[in-house]
Ligand binder design. Structure first.
Ligand code: DLL
Length: 436
C-alpha cells in the first residue's frame, strides 16, 4: 500500500527520539504559557511549580490540570496566548450545558491541524485521487472544517457536503463517485437508511473506507456500519479543546487503538477520582497537553474520555502510542440504582442480537426513590410485523442480556423501524430526566 501522506521519520521514530522532541517542545510551551497567560501562571504558582522545574517528561505530573470550567471562566478568549489579531479562526462547543467553550488558531495552527489531519487520513489509506465526502458539520463544530483542510492538504478532492439533506448526499455520493466517507457513525447509519429508501445498492457505489468519530461507537456498531455501507470503517478521535479531529487515528492494520500524533499531543492516563497518573497500560481518564499549538495551547486537559494507552509498535510501522477505542466519558456514565452503566455497553448488547437495528435511546427517570431505565430500540420490519408473542420474547431476552452483562434491571421497548430520531451529527443516546 502506497502511503501518500506521511511523515515517516516522525511516525516511526524510536521512543527515545520522540521523547526528546516532546520534552523540548513541552519546556518551550510551559515557559511561553507561564509568561503570557495569567490564569495558567496563577495555577502554576498555586502549585509551586515554575517552568524551569520541567526537567524531564516525568515532571509533567507537577503541572496543574486544566478542566472545561477553566475555559468557561475565561470565556471567550482569556486563555489565548497571542493577540487576537493573530488569530485567524475560532471554533466553539455548542454550549448546551453552560457557556460555550471557545478555541482559537493562528495561521500556523491551521496549517499544523491540516497536516496532522492529512496524516490521519493517510492512516486510513486515503490518498491523492480520492473523492472525500465530508459529512461532518461545517460551522463552529471542528469536524467539518478540520477534516476539510486535511483532505486538501493531502491533495485529495473534498466534497464539503456537511451534515443534513441526507437524500441529496446519496445522489452526490453516487454521481461524484465518493471513495471516502467522513461522518459520525450515527450519521453513517442515517445515510444507510436513505440508501435503502432510495433503493441505492451500496455495493454499486465507490465507497472504500469510512472515517467515523466524534462520538463513542462499539465494535458491534462497526460491523453493522461496514455491512450496511459496504466499506471498511475506521475510528478517528479528537476534541476541540486540543485541536479538533485528528488527535488520534486508527490505521488499517489494527482495530486495537488509534495512533496518537504524539509529536503534537502528549497523552497521559489518570485515575479520574484521585487525579494520579496511572502506569502504562491501565485504563483511566485521558489527559492531553498540546506541544506545538500557538493561539490556544492547553496543559494537562482532562478530557473525561475513558481509554488506555498501548505502547507496542503497530504492524503498520508507526511507533506512535495507540489509545484504545473510547468506550465512554466519565460524565456519560449513568448510575442506575448504584450500578455504573455506559451507554456503549448497552449498545454492545443490542448490536449483538439479530433483528435489532442500530437505533436506540436510553431514557432514565426517577420514580419515587428508584431509578428506572428504559431502552427503546428499533427492530427490523420483519421482526416488528411478527406475532406479538415473538416480540415480547425478544424484549425479554434483551432485558435478560442487559441484566446479565451490566447487572442492571431495565425495561426494553421495541419500536418500529425509523421511529427513533436520526442525528445529523452526534447522536443523543441518553435522555436523563433525573437532571431536567
Ligand atoms: O468531536 C472532534 C471530532 C470531529 C472528532 C470529527 C472526530 C471526528 P468535540 O465536539 O469537542 O470535538 O467533542 C469531543 O467527542 O471528548 C469525546 O468524548 C468525543 N469523541 C470524539 N471522537 C471520538 C471517538 C469533536 N472516536 C468529544 N470515539 C471527545 C469516542 C469521541 N468519542
Amino acid at each position: 500500500m502506497a502511503i501518500h501522506y506521511w511523515e515517516e521519520e516522525i511516525e516511526t521514530l524510536p521512543r527515545i527520539g520522540l521523547q526528546s522532541i516532546q520534552l523540548r517542545r513541552l519546556q518551550h510551551l510551559v515557559t511561553r504559557v507561564y509568561k503570557t497567560v495569567k490564569p495558567y501562571r496563577d495555577k502554576m504558582e498555586e502549585k509551586g511549580v515554575r517552568p524551569e522545574d520541567i526537567k524531564s517528561l516525568d515532571d509533567l505530573g507537577k503541572l496543574p490540570f486544566t478542566v472545561k470550567d477553566d475555559l468557561r471562566d475565561n470565556y471567550p478568549f482569556g486563555l489565548f496566548t497571542v493577540p487576537l489579531d493573530e488569530v485567524v479562526r475560532v471554533h466553539a462547543s455548542s454550549g448546551t450545558t453552560g457557556k460555550p467553550t471557545v478555541v482559537g488558531y493562528t495561521e500556523k495552527d491551521i496549517d499544523l491541524w491540516a497536516s496532522v489531519m492529512a496524516r490521519a487520513l493517510a492512516c486510513a489509506g486515503a490518498h491523492k485521487g480520492d473523492m472525500v465526502h465530508n459529512a461532518y458539520g461545517y460551522g463552529l463544530f471542528t469536524g467539518g472544517l478540520g477534516a476539510h483542510y486535511g483532505v486538501e492538504k493531502m491533495g485529495a478532492t473534498v466534497i464539503p457536503v456537511s451534515g443534513g439533506n441526507t437524500k441529496r448526499q446519496i445522489t452526490i455520493m453516487r454521481d461524484f463517485g465518493s471513495t471516502v466517507l467522513l461522518s459520525t457513525p450515527s450519521y453513517a447509519l442515517n445515510l444507510a437508511d436513505a440508501m435503502d429508501e432510495m433503493q441505492v445498492d451500496p455495493t454499486k457505489l465507490s465507497l472504500r473506507v469510512g472515517i467515523f468519530g466524534a462520538e463513542p461507537w462499539s465494535e458491534n456498531m462497526r460491523e453493522e456500519v461496514e455491512r450496511k455501507l459496504n466499506l471498511k470503517a475506521v475510528d478517528i478521535y479528537g476534541l476541540s479543546e486540543v485541536m479538533g479531529p485528528g488527535v488520534a487515528m486508527e490505521c488499517l492494520h489494527t482495530t486495537k487503538g488509534m495512533h496518537v500524533f504524539e509529536d503534537h499531543f502528549l497523552p497521559e492516563i489518570i485515575d479520574p477520582e484521585s487525579g494520579e497518573v496511572l502506569p502504562p497500560g491501565e485504563k483511566g481518564e485521558l489527559v492531553f497537553t498540546t506541544l506545538t499549538k500557538e493561539a490556544f495551547p492547553i496543559i494537562r486537559y482532562r478530557t473525561k474520555d475513558i481509554s488506555r494507552l498501548i505502547y507496542e509498535t503497530c504492524e503498520c510501522g508507526r511507533t506512535l502510542v495507540r489509545m484504545e477505542k473510547v468506550t465512554g466519558r466519565s460524565d456519560d456514565m449513568l448510575i442506575i440504582r448504584g450500578v455504573n452503566v455506559f451507554p456503549s455497553q448497552v449498545e454492545h448488547v443490542l448490536m449483538g442480537i439479530e433483528g435489532v437495528e442500530p437505533h436506540y435511546q436510553i431514557v432514565v427517570e426517577r420514580e419515587g426513590n428508584l431509578d428506572t431505565m428504559l431502552v427503546q430500540v428499533e427492530v427490523s420490519g420483519a421482526v416488528f410485523s411478527d406475532e406479538i408473542r415473538v416480540l415480547e420474547n425478544l424484549g425479554k431476552r434483551i432485558e435478560a442480556e442487559i441484566k446479565d452483562m451490566l447487572g442492571v434491571t431495565c425495561k426494553v421497548k421495541l419500536v418500529e423501524p425509523r421511529t427513533i430520531q436520526r442525528s445529523e451529527g452526534k447522536a443523543q443516546r441518553v435522555i436523563d430526566k433525573r437532571k431536567i
